[in-house]
Design a protein around this ligand. Structure first.
Ligand SMILES: [Zn+2]
Length: 151
């Protein structure tokens, strides 16, 4: 979970850097390749209506801003996960609220199976359906109350 988030964060950061670098490079084309630039200008840029050029520019800025706020959001998420304690096979915040080991969603449904069931008590995640069993270091299955007391 944490690794996936970190990978996604790295990917978007790289993509933003590439876009900014490409924009800066483009800005230097007229001075580095004046001939190429005048060709592009005469045959292509001159033919595009001005409002469309502004729109394209605004669109680029908007994409960059969106992507930037998304990587900030990812960074916050990564920080929050790092702040949680990994214990008894799931994640806990400071107020002893449990979170799914797989997707970091808050867990609310503690399922205690009926006597004739083979399954053990567990938290079922509403988001990813993962069954989170509470286990201590020896592998013993704990109830939510027992785990909370031991935290
Ligand atoms: Zn989950």
């Amino acid at each position: 979970m944490l690794e996936n988030l970190k990978d996604e964060w790295r990917f978007h950061r790289k993509s933003i850097l590439l876009k900014v670098a490409a924009t800066i490079l483009l800005a230097f084309i007229p001075s580095i390749f004046p001939k190429v630039w005048s060709e592009i200008y005469q045959n292509f840029l001159l033919k595009i209506p001005v409002p469309l050029k502004y729109l394209a520019f605004l669109f680029l800025i908007l994409i960059l801003l969106l992507q930037y706020s998304y990587i900030n959001h990812l960074a916050d998420k990564i920080k929050l996960i790092k702040l949680k304690t990994n214990k008894f096979n799931l994640l806990w915040d400071d107020n002893k609220n449990p979170y799914c080991q797989k997707c970091d969603n808050i867990l609310v449904d503690f399922i205690i199976p009926k006597n004739n069931s083979l399954s053990n008590p567990h938290f079922k995640c509403h988001k990813c359906e993962h069954k989170n069993f509470l286990k201590d270091e020896t592998g013993k299955i704990l109830t939510f109350e027992e785990a909370k007391k031991l935290l």
